[in-house]
Design a protein around this ligand. Structure first.
Ligand code: ATP
Length: 352
């Protein structure tokens, strides 16, 4: 079996010219990453943050203006895409419409001039892996979007690259299929044990599929961590708001482990901030509880039944706090204009 390889980016930058202003800007600004062999990492961030540019530099479709990229121990900046030991799965599938499924998957093996018997064996093994056995003779335009993406995945995997790159591969699929395909991709990646780098702007997709999430913003890396780390310990307000929803309450640090807002003190993770410093108290909608008693007085300004939870927006001082109150069936439902109190699950509240 092939040795697994990771990917390193060492101070990588990419400069483009803004077509409107004619000025140069950093699409990717001095980022360094160390992606361990066999892990699934996601580049996540809003439109224009530089994630596709980063992926395309790893694939060799763009060259960095500074820095070096490594696959395993090999520096690859000077290698053309086909020499890089990577394969890419595109949003648009990029299949050959006049080829059948078998020939699409076999394409890269024919280029390598492998014996027909080996090509047959490898293609059939891949079709089995992506659960398309029996579809070999179909033209790809006779397949659903999800099936086409499986063919694209088989075509990428069949050449046994060290690194699999995904550029928003599920964006063209409907919401339900996206959810099932993402667990399929994860299953296959784990089975093959390949290093995977996946670009998306969909945070739920990133959470569900990744070992590590790399959150990008304006060409820089804001945070790298497991889905749990980025959700429970975001390093910035940007990350807190981008991964899930977050409430921000203005306050200040009373002392280590205690914050104060509107003369009300409560315990939370103060993240090493100095005593007396102003802070944002961050809490998730599902970590805020509403009741007739509690810590912070509030007034309900929005109340909506969402099935799994009752969604409230409540006014606290000058700010609004969003709440997701799960399993509302047997709970008191507050209406707009009602007064109530908020309390918090200590472990999920922290200061930034
Ligand atoms: P999206 O989710 O919209 O694809 P992204 O995070 O993948 O966004 P990139 O495609 O990497 O973002 O683009 C980063 C920035 O570089 C954007 O401002 C984009 O407009 C710009 N850009 C990308 N390619 C070029 C190019 N060839 N020439 C000039 N500017 C470019």
């Amino acid at each position: 079996m092939k040795e697994k390889k990771g990917v390193k980016l060492d101070h990588i930058s990419k400069i483009y010219k803004d077509p409107k202003t004619g000025k140069d800007f950093y699409a990717v600004n001095n980022i360094s990453l160390d992606i361990k062999p066999g892990t699934f990492v996601t580049l996540l961030g809003p439109s224009g943050c530089g994630k596709t540019t980063t992926l395309r530099m790893i694939a060799g479709f763009e060259s960095p203006d500074a820095g070096e990229i490594y696959i395993g121990d090999e520096a690859i900046n000077e290698l053309t895409p086909n020499k890089r030991d990577t394969a890419m799965v595109f949003q648009s599938y990029a299949l050959f419409p006049h080829y059948n499924v078998f020939d699409n998957v076999a394409y890269g093996l024919h280029l390598r001039k492998l014996p027909e018997s080996e090509i047959y064996e490898r293609v059939m093994k891949m079709l089995d892996l992506v659960e398309l056995t029996g579809m070999e003779n179909r033209l790809t335009n006779q397949l659903s979007g999800g099936q086409q993406q499986r063919v694209a995945l088989a075509r990428a995997l069949v050449v046994e690259p060290s690194v699999l790159l995904f550029d928003e591969p599920l964006s063209n699929l409907d919401a339900k299929l996206r959810v099932s395909m993402r667990s399929e991709i994860r299953r296959i990646q784990q089975k093959v044990g390949i290093t995977a780098i996946y670009v998306t702007h969909d945070q739920a997709e990133a959470m569900s599929i990744s070992d590590q999430i790399i959150i990008m913003n304006k060409g820089i890396v804001e945070q790298i961590g497991t889905p749990q780390e980025t959700y429970y310990s975001p390093k910035s307000a940007f990350v807190a708001d981008f991964i899930g929803q977050a409430n921000f309450i203005e306050g200040h640090v009373k002392h280590d482990g205690v914050v104060e807002t509107g003369n009300i003190e409560f315990e939370c993770n103060t993240n090493g901030l100095d005593t007396g410093s102003p802070c944002k108290i961050v809490c998730r909608p599902e970590g805020v509880f509403i009741g007739d008693e509690g810590l912070l007085p509030c007034e309900i300004v929005y109340s909506c039944f969402m099935g799994a939870y009752q969604n409230y927006h409540v006014k606290v001082g000058d700010g609004i706090v969003k709440i997701e109150d799960y399993n509302p069936k047997n709970k008191k439902i507050y209406q707009v204009g009602d007064k109530a109190y908020l309390s918090f699950e200590r472990n999920t509240v922290y200061a930034l």
